[in-house]
Design a protein around this ligand. Structure first.
Ligand SMILES: NC(=O)c1ccc[n+]([C@@H]2O[C@H](COP(=O)([O-])OP(=O)(O)OC[C@H]3O[C@@H](n4cnc5c(N)ncnc54)[C@H](O)[C@@H]3O)[C@@H](O)[C@H]2O)c1
Length: 243
């Protein structure tokens, strides 16, 4: 029960990794606020349906959580979208949406959360970047750029706010078996089962990650066991390099 009584905001809570995160924190005693475009069916003390591209919603969300739950101890910036394909094929919407969801939303949520956490004597933020944000994979320039920006933001905030007892770190997964990953198979006309087998074979540990593999690192970063970690980018990759 590492998070007994702690209040936590999880974005993208309806997604593959997000649902797993919420279950894990709840099982360890956290009091949960969740947000997503549609939070139906997610177990939480408070749920905010909303679009993270809505600046007013993002800016207000941390204080809304504090108002409902009494404090804001932990923020997990997990929501994200992926845009695939070479840059010349990207639409204006691909660019603005990816920047809004993957960069601007966590930036705004951090900006609004940090003063609340500082006023409480500390807090914890875990961002979800990607191995591809640390080293670029092919043909995903917009996604890679946004995840690199989030990694950089994490390093900056980890350094700038440690003196306020606010720890900011990021988890950087490689491939995880969620709807986000599988949407790429559909787009390329691949059979999901054989595509997963092929990907599993490309990982030195023998399988791509499941959401629990990522959640376990997120809960570690949010726990007291990571009390001396600030601005770290933790790769979770099964030994698979980005090539
Ligand atoms: N799946 C992978 O292979 C992988 C690898 C590395 C990093 N990641 C990152 O992990 C995080 C979680 O991804 P996932 O695999 O669970 O994907 P997912 O698609 O299952 O979940 C993402 C969630 O974000 C929410 N979201 C998207 N746009 C939103 C918006 N405008 N407003 C509010 N919510 C919005 C979606 O509704 C969804 O529930 C993402 O940041 C992703 O980039 C995933």
């Amino acid at each position: 029960m590492r998070f007994q009584g702690k209040t936590i905001l999880v974005t993208g809570a309806a997604g593959g990794i997000g649902r797993n995160i919420t279950t894990a924190f709840e099982a360890e005693g956290a009091r949960l606020a969740v947000t997503d475009l549609d939070t139906k069916g997610i177990e939480a003390e408070v749920a905010f349906d909303g679009d993270l591209t809505d600046r007013i919603f993002c800016d207000a969300l941390p204080q809304m959580v504090k108002d409902k739950l009494g404090s804001l101890d932990i923020v997990i910036n997990n929501a994200g979208i992926i845009t695939r394909g070479p840059l010349p094929e990207a639409s204006d919407n691909d660019i603005t949406l990816s920047i809004a969801v993957n960069i601007e939303a966590p930036l705004r949520l951090c900006r609004a959360s940090i003063p609340i956490m500082a006023g409480q004597g500390g807090g914890i933020i875990v961002n979800t970047s990607s191995c591809w944000g640390l080293r670029p994979g092919p043909n995903h320039p917009i996604y890679v750029m946004t995840k690199a920006a989030l990694a950089s933001l994490t390093q900056c905030l980890g350094r700038d706010h440690a003196h306020q007892n606010i720890r900011v770190n990021a988890v950087c997964p490689n491939e995880v078996d969620t709807a986000m990953l599988r949407s790429g198979f559909e787009a390329r006309g691949l059979d999901p089962l054989s595509a997963i087998d092929d990907l599993n074979a490309s990982v030195p540990l023998g399988r791509i990650a499941d959401p629990q593999d990522i959640t376990d690192v997120i809960t570690f970063l949010a726990s007291d066991a990571a009390r001396y970690m600030c601005g770290s980018l933790v790769e979770v990759n099964g030994g698979k390099p980005v090539i």
